[in-house]
Design a protein around this ligand. Structure first.
Ligand code: 5AD
Ligand code: SF4
Length: 518
């Protein structure tokens, strides 16, 4: 195609885009997409559970097609990320792909040639935020019909969401799923030259794509995927449907990535997975678990190793023994409990009881006496009684969580819990959340007070958000510390004497002579 033809095509596309936005879509159009472009990935728990036998394909051959390698020259991309670290890390991969295509990043929507919304489906309010943003972007598209707007991430894996976008948001050019990220160059090309909305959401969920480029957000801390998907099927959770089946990366690929990060000067890695403790369970040729992986990473010369998220059910004794070695394996464990009531846990399909959770905590504390525990809790699961909620409150006290992410239960279409009738009024749920948060805040503040006058090791991330004269970083136990110190400390692990404790952060003074040379 020569320059003139390309221009003409661009022109045609602009006009067609305008037409498409002006015309509200018809059901015919939706039917067409579902037959052609869209392989249905509706949440179907029965079908999903059978998937464990599917073979995992490993693909090491990612490359940008030649005709797409310079397509982003003089163009800018913007990715808005919602939700968890997994999404944040997917955004780093997509940024890597864009960069290899010649695009540069922007934070201004008005400057962008392509905007992607990397979405989260975990609760309804997360989805509402995205639909709000989709609406806000419409005028931009009308002003600049060549702008490409895409929706990706977990929401794209939901049939109802794709349906709603097709019906009501014709200014969206592109929808792609969590298994389709490596197809970004092809999808962008299609979106550039097609007059219709491109929808590519695969139901196939067994693949692992290695060697994807990444542009990481910082140079100090890095995320490393160790596995994808989840086969736990907690009854409230949409993740097993949006992220596919549990599949582990090969240990050598993970170790190589961590070594590479060390060589680049990174000081901390966080190993990522929806349920990291299930790592390796899907290997047919290898007897290698999460404990083994942590043991191998323990030997690598990186100062800090974290992991998230754990499932109590798969947290085995071997892992506890490995973590007890300390060193670069930090003693902050995020261990989502979800509820303190065995009856509710059963309804949630968590596969452990209150007593089993407490026993696990006892074992962890015995092996790692100073371990800091944090958690996730859902209040107002369908028909949760006052007594059951009180059990959550007593468990929080008994364990002494130093922080917790707390949520009101949000029904997710296609999950078993969403079909349950619920007799708990919204007001009661809000009241429960309020009380739980009061307790969590109290425990957080108390744990912070114990640091007053003590010296802690802080990995310095940069200037404090509120005051550029102050530095900020995190302790081994993930406490935020704001302190006075020289800018040369950024990227290093330094010792800081704590002078003041707040509920969610600490203030201090750096001990100058104690900059660790790494
Ligand atoms: N409603 C409320 N909270 C949820 N979570 C997962 N699904 C739901 C839901 N449907 C919470 C759990 C999980 C965290 C990431 O989000 O606590 O650990
Ligand atoms: Fe969802 Fe976590 Fe349960 Fe998996 S283990 S279903 S991601 S809450």
């Amino acid at each position: 195609m020569n320059e003139e033809q390309r221009k003409q095509q661009g022109q045609i596309k602009s006009e067609l885009n305008i037409e498409r936005i002006k015309n509200t879509s018809s059901d015919d159009m939706i039917a067409k997409y579902f037959q052609t472009n869209y392989e249905l990935q509706a949440p179907d728990i029965k079908k999903a559970r059978k998937r464990r036998n599917e073979e995992v394909q490993f693909n090491y051959d990612f490359s940008i097609p030649e005709d797409m390698q310079a397509i982003g020259k003089d163009k800018k991309f913007l990715i808005r990320t919602y939700g968890c670290q997994m999404n944040e890390h997917d955004t780093e991969v997509m940024a890597g792909i864009f960069t290899e295509m010649g695009y540069t990043a922007t934070t201004e929507v008005t400057e962008a040639d392509i905007i992607l919304l990397n979405t989260c489906a975990i609760r309804e309010n997360a989805e509402n935020k995205v639909f709000g943003e989709i609406g806000h972007l419409k005028p931009l598209k009308l002003e600049n019909p060549d702008l490409i707007i895409g929706v990706c991430g977990c929401m794209s894996q939901e049939e109802s969401v794709v349906d709603r976008i097709l019906k009501k948001h014709q200014h969206i050019d592109l929808i792609f799923g969590t298994h389709n990220i490596h197809r970004l160059p092809h999808l962008i090309k299609e979106a550039m030259f097609s007059k219709e909305m491109i929808v590519e959401v695969w139901s196939k969920e067994g693949d692992i794509i290695e060697n994807l480029p990444k542009v990481r957000k910082g140079k100090i801390k890095a995320w490393v995927n160790i596995m994808y998907g989840c086969d736990k099927f907690c009854t409230y959770c949409i993740v097993p449907m949006t992220r596919g089946k549990e599949r582990s990366r090969r240990p050598e690929d993970i170790i190589q990535e961590v070594r590479h990060l060390v060589a680049q000067g990174y000081k901390e890695v966080t190993l990522l997975g929806q349920n990291v403790n299930a790592y390796g369970k899907d290997f047919e040729d290898l007897d290698y678990t999460f404990g083994d992986l942590m043991n191998d990473i323990h030997k690598i010369d990186i100062p800090r190793v974290r992991f998230t998220t754990s499932h109590p059910r798969d947290f085995d004794d071997h892992l506890i023994d490995v973590l007890a070695q300390g060193g670069n394996l930090l003693d902050h464990i995020h261990l989502p409990v979800q509820s303190g009531s065995s009856e509710v846990l059963k309804k949630m399909n968590r596969k452990y009881t209150r007593e089993e959770y407490l026993e696990l905590v006892r074992k962890i504390r015995e092996a790692i006496p100073n371990a800091t525990l944090t958690t996730d809790i859902i209040v107002g699961f369908p028909n949760e009684t006052d007594e059951q909620f009180e059990e959550t409150m007593t468990l929080v006290e008994e364990v002494g969580f130093e922080a917790a992410y707390t949520f009101i239960y949000s029904p997710r279409e296609g999950t078993p819990a969403a079909r349950k009738k619920d007799d708990v009024p919204e007001e009661v749920k809000k009241q429960r959340l309020y009380r739980l948060n009061e307790l969590v805040n109290k425990q957080a503040a108390e744990s912070m007070l114990t640091y007053k006058g003590k010296t802690v090791k802080v990995l310095v991330e940069g200037e404090s958000k509120k005051n550029p004269d102050i530095l900020a970083g995190y302790t081994e136990k993930s406490k935020l510390v704001n302190f006075n110190g020289p800018k040369s400390a950024i990227g290093k692990i330094v010792e800081v004497k704590i002078t003041k404790a707040n509920t969610w952060s600490l203030n201090g003074e750096m001990i100058e002579s104690k900059i660790e040379v790494n």
